[in-house]
Write a protein that binds this ligand. Structure first.
Ligand SMILES: C[S@@+](CC[C@H](N)C(=O)[O-])C[C@H]1O[C@@H](n2cnc3c(N)ncnc32)[C@H](O)[C@@H]1O
Length: 474
């Protein structure tokens, strides 16, 4: 029985970072406490803010002794902005913590034992590594500590930036972000000034009124190209304004190669439109990985860290031990990035994906790169794989299956269908160790074994970690 209560103040030594980035510590009785913003080896006085049966959550009241891994965050929004939760942790230690989390999660949730894992692959860049950022408009501005202490008066009813940690209703007004590129900040600030000057308000989920919803900036890291995607509610007066905004932006910033307008008529706060208008340029940008060119539209998935995505695809190409007799399935193929990367090594790749626009990009990408042995199929994977015998009859037996699902992992019916197809090798690419572990458990059973695990840091300063796992048939 533990004697901890909400609002208790206790002293703890932080042992490690838990999945999600919180510090983890144990009381003298062995009770687990997760501490927000804490760092490994810190000694802290904490206040318990939540008490559950098996764990408690706490916030730091006072740091008694600092962590030797603590560094000065580069960004002035650090702490208020939910973008980079680990910027105060030395990068080498971020890697140590992520590596440990991946193995512990796979062992704990997946029920595996004595796994060995390769050393985590550091990101080639620690700042300005992203090729895409999504900024939100809001009428509920979240002030940083320095903004509050400056005693200036701020307009709290209009802001454009990133969400406060865990607060989907509060947005920090971000003028400078170190994740995308320096020039993208100039674009962001001009859009904010224009939108604020308009007579239109930010969209709000309080009563679903307002116009401005998101700005998504996408940028090629290896080629020249920037896409500005303005996501709004439906309003014809606003549509005319956006045409002016597009003209203003492309005149001021000649490096913007395309501007698109996505109109989201739904209540759900997502940066995807029901309709898309191209306001300037071709409506897409192109990125280069190895010697392949990828065309990317506003709503297609593309890995956000181009340099690290290239490293990851090279790893799959190398580990696949592919040959020209093999058929490969690429599940959750997006715009065909992995399929095209390995196409010249195999007989045929069949890509499966739910987003039609991504598949159009995948087909175009095949043509641009003169690749003729990839086929892309649209639909929900749980329906496409409902009958494995039909899949085999239609697309041939896959010697290798590559699975790269969204954070939520695979539909629960899918692991069994994949096992029924009996590929020799399965690659599971995941951005969420918890769903990865759950799905590996379902796939492996007595049929497959984990052969190689490679954690990859795609997202420095965040608590996220990418992992590639190779499974072999027993
Ligand atoms: C993590 S991305 C991987 C994309 C691609 N493999 C790459 O590296 O660029 C996951 C993809 O799964 C797609 N997706 C999500 N749910 C799906 C489903 N139920 N059926 C098929 N595809 C789905 C998404 O649209 C997205 O393109």
């Amino acid at each position: 029985m533990n004697t901890l209560h909400k609002n208790d103040i206790i002293r703890l030594r932080i042992e490690a970072l838990a999945f999600g980035g919180q510090g983890v510590a144990h009381t003298d009785e062995g009770f687990t406490v997760f501490v927000r913003n804490a760092l490994p080896e810190q000694e802290v006085d904490v206040k318990i803010v939540k008490k559950r049966k098996n764990y408690a959550e706490a916030i730091i009241n006072r740091v008694v002794s600092a962590s030797r891994f603590q560094v000065e965050p580069r960004c002035s929004y650090y702490g208020a902005c939910g973008g980079c939760l680990l910027q105060h942790l030395d990068y080498a230690e971020q890697l140590v913590q992520k590596q440990r989390q991946v193995i512990e999660t796979i062992e704990h949730i997946g029920g595996f034992q004595d796994l060995t894992m390769l050393s985590i692959m550091p990101s080639p860049e620690q700042y300005y590594y992203r090729n895409k950022m999504e900024f939100s408009f809001s009428n509920r501005r979240w002030l940083t500590h320095s903004e509050i202490s400056s005693q200036q008066i701020f307009d709290n009813n209009f802001c454009l930036g990133l969400h406060a940690p865990g607060r989907f209703d509060k947005v920090v007004d971000v003028h400078c972000c170190f994740l995308l590129s320096e020039r993208s900040n100039l674009v962001l600030n001009q859009i904010r000034a224009f939108a604020k000057n308009s007579q239109l308000a930010p969209y709000t989920t309080q009563d679903h009124s307002g116009y401005w919803r998101f700005v998504v900036i996408r940028e090629s890291k290896q080629l020249d190209g920037m896409m500005v995607n303005l996501v709004t509610a439906a309003d014809s007066a606003g549509d005319r304004l956006l045409e002016q905004l597009a003209q203003q932006l492309t005149t001021t910033f000649p490096f913007i190669t395309t501007v698109v307008h996505n109109i989201n008529k739904k209540k759900a706060q997502i940066a995807v439109g029901d309709e898309e208008r191209i306001l300037f340029g071709p409506g897409y940008i192109e990125e280069k990985l190895d010697d392949l060119i990828y065309r990317i539209s506003a709503n297609s998935f593309f890995q956000t860290n181009s340099a690290q995505a290239e490293n990851m695809y090279r790893l799959i190409a190398q580990w696949g031990d592919f040959n020209k007799d093999q058929v490969v399935y690429d599940l959750y193929c997006g715009a065909g990035s992995i399929a095209l990367f390995i196409a010249n090594k195999v007989q045929k790749v069949v890509g499966f994906e739910i987003v039609a626009q991504a598949l159009r990009d995948a087909e175009l990408n095949s043509r641009i790169n003169r690749i003729a042995n990839c086929e892309f199929v649209e639909g929900d994977l749980k329906d496409q794989f409902a009958d494995p015998a039909k899949v085999l009859a239609r697309y041939d037996w896959p010697a290798i299956i590559i699975i790269d699902p969204p954070r939520s992992g695979m539909h629960p019916s899918l692991p069994d269908k994949i096992v029924q197809l009996q590929p020799n090798t399965i690659f599971y690419v995941s951005c969420n160790p918890a769903t990865l572990a759950r799905d590996l458990k379902l796939i492996c059973q007595d049929k497959y074994r984990i052969d190689l695990i490679q954690p990859i840091d795609m997202f420095p300063h965040t608590a996220h970690c990418e992992t590639v796992v190779r499974l072999l048939k027993k």
